[in-house]
Design a protein around this ligand. Structure first.
Ligand code: ADP
Length: 501
């Protein structure tokens, strides 16, 4: 049998279950107030009627009533001691409701007292006591409607109905007023019960809300901590990648210098030989005694010029071989090209290749590490020389710089008239260690791409219409962009859409 102990039917909704548990808890919490009425008022009524009602009747009635009170008291103690009482609210509500129904029946037994009472004055007194008991009992039981109904109906109806059917107008009026009083009490209890249920529901929802808010806050804090740790880790990895890239770029520069060594030695050798020759000439002039100051000055000036030339080449080699952290600063492309033109020409001349430069001094400055950009250009030029080495006809390399149509960047191009790109290898050009040369390392392009991307630019190649290939790369303008985080060369990606890399 499913007894509707609660105003809302028994539900699987966790909130409703908690509301029911709280209602039952309140029912038992207020129970002691109900006992006071029973314990004090019933003996008092007995005493008042002692001389007019037969004693056995009074004593049996009192004993039965106090027994039901003791049962309710025992139930209340048991409930308080039960650890998981909140898990079975319906069961505890049922027990207490039966006990209250028994109390109500005993109070309803006052019908016998009405029947045996000698006068309407006694009836009025008994009715007054019953009214008070009804009121106090119902008020303490409002958390569970079935409980107060099970208590109030057997308590009030038998005496009231009996009063109503009496011929005595006074008694009938008392019965009618009592019925009205009963209805009002039950209606008020119902209203109070609904308000209480809503308050409980609201309080528990707020509690749940506060709990989920606290949980969400804790979760957010955990995520925040994880994010901070991840960022620190990313920063560490990025710093390591930057260090490795700098080291790799430096190693690559040293390798380039090593490969250019014979040309560089030749280049230094020339002024040294000239110095030696001019020195011989000077000495001969001194020995012959024909000391013409003008001639000696001219010879010494030639020696000084050749020594300056040799020293300039050595300075450039030293500068190119140095190792250092990336230093971004506004630089002009034409100035960068001027600085390494000697190097580039030196390499090209060995293979009878001409280099044509086209970089206007009016181009805006880019934000770059000059040495690294020169390294990229040198890599591209050396590749171009290699590609033209075997090809027929006079080789020409064109290095140009112009404002990129994509605003905020300068685009540098290195165009050759070499063998061009093989379709099978296009997609692999930027892969580290990819090379088609017997003595190649396969790092030049991947390092160049890493450097360009670290500057916030892009590197790509486009086959020329007639022959050869043009490598393009962009660098952001100094006032426009910031360099991005450097990328480790192994993480490079290659764009292979269309005929571009
Ligand atoms: P390496 O020069 O040591 O081979 P790179 O990374 O500089 O390493 O070049 C990778 C490959 O790309 C080269 O081996 C070559 O096959 C190809 N390549 C690079 N530049 C050119 C070019 N200008 N023309 C034709 N092929 C080129």
């Amino acid at each position: 049998m499913n007894i509707p102990f609660f105003s809302s039917s028994v539900s699987d909704d966790p909130l409703t279950r908690r509301v029911h548990a709280q209602q039952v808890r309140l029912l038992y919490a207020q129970a002691p107030l109900g006992f006071i009425a029973g314990l004090l008022i019933a003996p008092m009524l007995t005493a008042m009627l002692w001389n007019v009602i037969p004693h056995p009747v009074l004593l049996i009635w009192l004993a039965l009533l106090e027994t039901t009170l003791l049962i309710r008291l025992a139930l209340t103690i048991a409930f308080r001691r039960c650890a998981n009482a909140d898990n079975e609210p319906a069961r505890w509500a049922t027990r207490y409701t039966f006990a209250c129904a028994a109390s109500g029946c005993c109070w309803g037994g006052t019908l016998i007292l009405f029947i045996l009472s000698p006068s309407v004055v006694y009836d009025a007194f008994i009715a007054l006591v019953l009214g008070g008991v009804l009121m106090s009992g119902v008020l303490t039981m409002t958390p569970v409607p079935m409980t107060y109904r099970a208590y109030a109906m057997p308590l009030a109806l038998p005496p009231l109905l009996w009063l109503l059917v009496q011929d005595d107008l006074m008694r009938a009026a008392m019965g009618a007023a009592g019925l009205l009083y009963l209805l009002l009490v039950v209606a008020a209890a119902h209203r109070y019960h609904q308000t209480l249920t809503q308050s409980l529901r609201l309080a528990l929802s707020n509690g749940e809300l506060a709990q989920s808010f606290a949980a969400a806050k804790q979760q957010a804090e955990t995520h925040y901590r994880q994010l901070i740790a991840a960022l620190a880790e990313e920063e560490r990895i990025s710093a390591t990648a930057q260090r490795q890239q700098t080291l790799l770029a430096h190693a690559s520069r040293l390798n380039t210098l090593g490969e250019m060594a014979s040309g560089l030695v030749h280049e230094i050798n020339q002024p040294m030989t000239a110095i030696s020759l001019y020195t011989e000439v000077g000495l001969a002039q001194v020995r012959s005694g024909a000391l013409e100051p003008a001639e000696i000055r001219e010879t010494l000036e030639k020696i000084a010029a050749q020594s300056t030339r040799a020293s300039a080449i050595i300075q450039k080699i030293r500068r190119f071989a140095r190792q250092g952290q990336s230093q971004y600063a506004p630089v002009r492309i034409d100035a960068l090209l001027n600085e390494i033109a000697d190097f580039l020409n030196l390499e090209a001349q060995r293979y009878a290749i001409a280099i044509h430069y086209d970089a206007s001094p009016d181009l805006p400055a880019v934000l770059a590490d000059g040495l690294q950009v020169q390294q990229v250009i040198l890599n591209l030029v050396r590749n171009a020389i290699d590609a033209m080495n075997d090809s027929q006809g006079a080789g020409l390399i064109a290095i140009s710089a112009r404002a990129n149509p994509n605003p905020g960047a300068v685009e540098i191009r290195v165009q050759d008239t070499g063998a061009g790109l093989h379709p099978d290898t296009v997609g692999q050009l930027l892969h580290p260690f990819f090379t088609t040369k017997p003595d190649g390392l396969g790092l030049g392009l991947s390092i160049s791409q890493a450097i360009v991307e670290a500057h916030g630019g892009r590197l790509w190649a486009v086959p020329n219409v007639d022959r050869g290939v043009t490598f393009h790369f962009t660098l952001p303008l100094a006032h426009y962009a910031e360099p991005s985080e450097p990328v480790a060369p192994v993480a490079l990606s290659v764009e292979t859409t269309g005929i571009r890399l």
